[in-house]
Design a protein around this ligand. Structure first.
Ligand code: SF4
Length: 185
């Protein structure tokens, strides 16, 4: 039987290659959307809608957590001025991966991981630390894949382009909103 993995997903673009990668490794990904960091709610809904569409196209199971921005607000107090890749991001990863581990435990899925490492704008070391700490808390296994390796970011962009996916222009929280139109994913 194929082993399940709970895949925390930040958006459809980052999920595209990640899902295929895990399938090629012999896993069956169950995708989990929990991103209270995304601001404003409309943006959260746009990213979620895109992932729902993709789940229908690719036929994978998607579990959606309710939008709860106060979860993120609570952990970012005092860290508002931190740059991207700083302490606020470490807390943001901890928040999302702790919740993912909790959900994996509930679902009796032994392995979990996240799409977050596919982005060249994030530090994989911070994500791995958050994932391993969450795994220890719940006695689970975190898969430390650095999805950006081997052209992962480029490949996910190609799948997104082919599927005409929405590409965000900032990471997610209100502090990461920049005056740019360049897609970040
Ligand atoms: S910049 Fe991105 S990773 Fe960092 S706190 Fe904001 S949403 Fe989270």
């Amino acid at each position: 039987m194929t082993q399940k993995v709970l895949l925390h997903a930040c958006c459809a673009v980052c999920s595209a290659y990640t899902i295929k990668f895990l399938q090629n490794e012999g896993y069956k990904p169950v995708v989990y959307f929990y991103n209270p960091n995304i601001y404003p709610q409309e943006e959260h809904q746009i990213r979620l809608n895109e992932l729902i569409e993709y789940s229908k196209k690719e036929n994978f199971k998607l579990i959606i957590e309710q939008y709860s921005p106060s979860d993120f607000e609570n952990i970012s107090i005092g860290l508002e001025q931190e740059p991207e890749k700083g302490k606020r991001c470490a807390k943001c990863f901890e928040l999302r991966l702790n919740k993912t581990a909790q959900k994996a435990k509930e679902l009796n899925i032994e392995h979990f991981t996240t799409t977050l490492t596919i982005s060249p704008h994030k530090t994989s070391k911070q994500i791995f630390e958050a994932g391993k700490s969450a795994a220890d808390k719940f006695n689970l296994k975190f898969l430390s894949y650095d999805f950006k390796k081997n052209d992962g970011f480029k490949l996910t962009q190609q799948i997104a382009h082919k599927n005409n996916m929405y590409k965000q222009t900032y990471c997610g929280c209100k502090y990461s909103i920049r005056l740019t139109n360049k897609p970040l994913a």
